[in-house]
Design a protein around this ligand. Structure first.
Ligand code: NAP
Length: 355
C-alpha cells in the first residue's frame, strides 16, 4: 500500500497496476478531502458514517445539519455506484437527468456545508458492543456514539482465473471509467440486468460493436432498458451463453473469449478487445459478521427500516442504510431515503441517551 502526501491511504487496486487505467478508485481518491488523521482518537464522536455513496452522503447532510459533525469514512469506492454511472434520469428534481458523479459531488458539497468531514480509511475491525463503539481503521482507532453503516455493494466478477489475470488489461467492471480505451474496438458485456444494459449502451459511444452475453433466455433488466439495448444498431444480444475463458493471458491483453452455448453445449471463440462485467454487486458487510445479523447473501438484516440487530436484538446506536441492507429496491432515491432515516434515528438515539 502507498500513502499520499497527505497521509491518506491509497487502497491497492487492480487498475493501479497499469497507469493507463484510471478506474473509479484512482479518481475518487484524488478528489476526496482529508482531515488530520492524527486527531481521530482524541475525541468521542457523535456519529461516524461508513461509506460515501448516496445513502452515506444523505446521512451526512442530515446529521451535519443536526449539528452532529459527522465523520464520513470513504473506502475503496468513494462516491459509491453513482460515481461510476452516467446519466441518472429518475432522481426527482432533475427533469433532464443528471450525471451520477455530479449528483454525488453536489451531495458531498451539501454535506460539507453542514460540517461533515471526510477521511479515506479502511475499516479493519469493529467493536459494536463497546460503548462508545470502536472502529479500528487503517488511519487509527475511532470512537463514536453512533455508527451509520452505508458501505454499499461492490461489483461482482465471474471468478475465472483468466478474467482475474486480465483485470486492468482489457477486463473491467466500470464502463464509465474504462470505456474510453476501447474507441473503435469490438467489446463484450456480460449480464442480463439493468447494469449490463446501461454499460452496453454507454460503451456504444466508444466501441464499434458491443456483444451483450447473457447466461439465460430471459432478462432481469427493466423493459425500457432492454428495449433500448435491443434497438441499438451496434449492440448484439446473445442469450444462453456463458464465458468459459478470457483469451489473451499470455499476451497480457484481451484478444477474445471462449464461449459456451448452454443449450447445445457448442463452444466458440469471439474476437474482442475488452470485456466488461455487469453482473450485479455484493454487499460490503463481511466485517460485521458475528456482530450483526446478515442474510444468506450477506446483506444486513435491518428492522424498523434502518435499525440493526444481533440475534434479533437491536444493536444500540448502529444503523444501516442503502444497498448494504437493501436487496429489493437498490435505487439512488431509496438509498438516499434510507440514509435520511438512519440519520434521524441516530439523532433520536443520541437525544434519548442524553449525550
Ligand atoms: P441484477 O439485476 O442482479 O442483474 C445481474 C445480472 O447478471 C443478471 O442477469 C444475472 O443473471 C447476471 N449474473 C449474475 N452473476 C452472473 C455470473 N456469475 N455469470 C453470468 N451472469 C451473471 O443486477 P444489476 O443489473 O446490477 O441491477 C441491480 C439493481 O440496480 C436493479 O434493481 C436495477 O434495476 C438497478 N439498476 C438500475 C439502473 C437504471 O435504472 N438506470 C441501472 C443499473 C442498475 P440471471 O438473470 O441469470 O440471474
Amino acid at each position: 500500500m502507498k500513502r499520499s502526501e497527505a497521509g491518506a491511504l491509497w487502497v491497492p487496486t487492480h487498475f493501479a497496476k497499469n497507469a493507463k487505467w484510471m478506474g473509479r478508485q484512482g479518481r475518487g481518491l484524488r478528489e476526496a478531502s482529508k482531515i488530520d488523521a492524527g486527531n481521530l482518537m482524541t475525541e468521542i464522536r457523535d456519529t461516524v458514517i461508513l461509506g460515501s455513496g448516496c445513502a452515506g452522503l444523505t446521512a451526512a447532510i442530515y446529521t451535519g445539519r443536526a449539528g452532529l459533525k459527522p465523520l464520513v469514512l470513504e473506502g475503496h469506492e468513494p462516491g459509491g455506484q453513482l460515481s461510476i454511472t452516467t446519466l441518472v434520469e429518475n432522481f426527482p428534481g432533475w427533469p433532464d437527468g443528471i450525471q451520477g458523479p455530479e449528483l454525488i459531488q453536489n451531495m458531498k458539497k451539501q454535506a460539507e456545508r453542514f460540517g461533515a468531514t471526510f477521511q479515506l480509511a479502511h475499516l479493519n475491525r469493529v467493536e459494536l458492543g463497546a460503548h462508545p463503539i470502536r472502529l479500528h481503521t487503517s488511519e487509527g482507532e475511532i470512537h463514536t456514539r453512533t455508527l451509520i453503516v452505508a458501505s454499499g455493494a461492490s461489483a461482482r466478477w465471474l471468478g475465472l482465473p483468466s478474467e482475474q489475470a486480465l483485470i486492468g488489461h482489457g477486463v473491467s467492471s466500470c464502463a464509465t471509467c474504462d470505456g474510453f480505451f476501447f474507441r473503435g474496438k469490438e467489446i463484450a458485456v456480460v449480464g442480463g440486468g439493468d447494469s449490463a444494459m446501461e454499460e452496453a449502451l454507454f460503451l456504444t459511444r466508444f466501441a464499434s460493436k458491443v456483444t451483450l452475453l447473457h447466461r439465460r433466455e430471459s432478462f432481469r433488466a427493466s423493459k425500457i432498458m432492454l428495449e433500448r439495448a435491443m434497438a441499438h444498431p451496434n449492440i448484439e444480444l446473445r442469450t444462453n451463453t456463458v464465458v468459459e475463458e478470457v483469451l489473451g493471458v499470455e499476451e497480457k491483453d484481451v484478444r477474445g473469449l471462449r464461449l459456451r452455448d448452454t443449450i447445445n453445449g457448442e463452444v466458440c471463440e469471439l474476437a474482442i478487445s475488452g470485456l466488461f462485467l455487469g453482473i450485479g454487486h455484493d454487499p460490503n458487510a463481511k466485517m460485521f459478521a458475528g456482530q450483526m445479523d446478515l442474510d444468506e447473501d450477506g446483506y444486513i438484516k435491518s428492522t424498523g427500516n434502518v435499525l440493526t440487530t444481533r440475534n434479533g436484538v437491536v444493536v444500540p446506536g448502529v444503523f444501516a442504510c442503502g444497498d448494504v441492507q437493501d436487496r429489493r429496491y437498490r435505487q439512488a432515491i431509496t438509498a438516499a431515503g434510507s440514509g435520511c432515516m438512519a440519520a434521524l434515528e441516530a439523532e433520536k438515539y443520541l437525544e434519548e441517551h442524553a449525550h
